[in-house]
Design a protein. Sequence first.
Length: 480
Amino acid sequence: MRKIGDKLTITFGLLIFSAIFVCGWYLYGQTKRHLDKELGQRLVDIAQAIAIHVNGEIVKQLNPGNETGLTYQNLVSQLNRIKQKTAIGRIYIFDRNHCSLVDTETSIPIRTEYLKLKFDRLELEEAWEKKGVSSVLFLGEDGNYYKSGYAPILVKDEVVAVIGVDASAAFLQTLKKFRRNVITFGLICIFISVAIGFVMSKTITTPIHKLVAAVEKISRGDLNTEIKVHSDDEIGFLGRTMEQMRMSIIKRDEQMKLMLANVAHEIRNPLGGIELFADILAEELGQENNQIHTGTSDHPAKAHLEKITKEVRKLNQIITEFLDFAGSKEPQRSKVYLQELVQSAYFMLALEFEEAKINFKSIVDPLVKIHVDPEQFKRVFVNLFKNSLQAIQDNKITNGKVIVQSREKESNLEIVVKDNGPGIPSENITKLFEPFFTTKEKGAGLGLAIVHKIITDHKGNIKIQNLEDRSTGVIIEIQQ
C-alpha cells in the first residue's frame, strides 16, 4: 500500500491545489477582462468628450512649423488641462496617415508619424467610420502597460482627424499581485491539505495496515497475535470481526487437535496389543518349529507375522506424526550450532543413506549458531532428509545427492536443503505444506506440514522450489 495513505495525501493535496488554481485563474481572467473593457470604455468616453470641444477646422490646417504659434499653443494648453483633470497619460491628434497634428508631448512635432498606430489599424478603421473605439493593451517604453481610446473629430459630419488618449493600465499591477497571491495561497493550501491529508490518511491506513499484518499472520498459521483496532467506525467493526474469526479458528483448532489426540490414543492402544501378541506368536512359532524340525527354516507363518509387525510400526509412526502435528508445544529456544543439528539429523538416517547409496554433503559453517528449539529443528531436518531419500529412491535415481548449505542474508540465516530428485510439478508446490497432502502411496502427508508449523512457530519462512540445476530445494529463512 505506497501506499494508500501516501496516495490519499498526494491526491487530496493535488485536488485542493487544482481547485484553488483553476478558480483563482478563472477569477483572475474574468477580472482582467472586465477591467480592460471598463478602462477602454472610459478612454473612449474621454476621447469623445474632448473631440466635441476641439475645433476641427483649425486642426486640419496645422502644418510643420506651427508648433510655436499661438493657436497650436492654445490647443496644447487646452489638452493638458483636460489631461490633468482626467489623469490621462497622453492626448494626441493625428490624420489619416497616422501623422501627428497636436500632441501633449511637446517633443513630438507636427506631421511626425506614429508607428504604434499601425498595430491599431483595425480599430482606427472604425474611428474613421465615426465610431469611438479602444485599442488592446500595449507595452510602453517605460515598461508599463497602456491602453488607448480613439474618437473622431468631425467638421460638417466629416472626419478630419482622430483624437487619441493613452492611460496606464494600473489595474494590471494589482492583478499581478492578485495572481501571485493566488499561487502563494494555492501553495499554502497544498501544504495544509497535505498535512491534513497525512493526518486523515494515518487514521485510515494505520488500522488497515494492522489488519493486513494480522491477515498475513493468520494466513501463515500464526494465531497468537491479538487483533486490536480501537475505533468505532467500519474499520473498527472489521477489526473486531477479524478478532472473533481468529478466536473461532483457535477454538476450532484446539477442538480438532484434542479430537486428533484422542483418536490417535485410542488407535495406538490396540496397535500396541497387536504388535505385542504378534511378537509372542512369532516366538511361539519359532520354538515349535525348533522342537519339530530341528535345523530347518522357520515356520512359514512367521514371515506373515513380521509383516504385521512392520505395518503396525508404520501405523505407529503415522500416529506419532499426527500427535506431533496436533501438539502446541512452544519452542524452547537456545543458541546451538547449526552444523550439530544437521549432523545429528543425518546420524538418525545414516544407515538408510548408506543402503540407498545416496551421498550426503553438509556445506555449513561450523561456527554458525541459530536461536531455535534443538529438538524441533532436528525434526525439521529429519523430515526433509526423509523426503529427499524417498524422492531419489522412488524414482530410482543413481548417484543420488542431498546437500545442506547455509549463507547469511542481511540479519537472517538462509538454510537450503536440496537433492537431485526428479523435481516437483509446479501445480503441487503450493500444496506441499497443506496437511494430509501427499503424492506418495503411503504416508499421512504430515511431514512437510509439521516442518512448516515448526518454522512458523520460530517466526521464520520456508519455501520449496525447483532450482536452476534441476534440483529441488527447500529454503528456510530464520533469524540467527
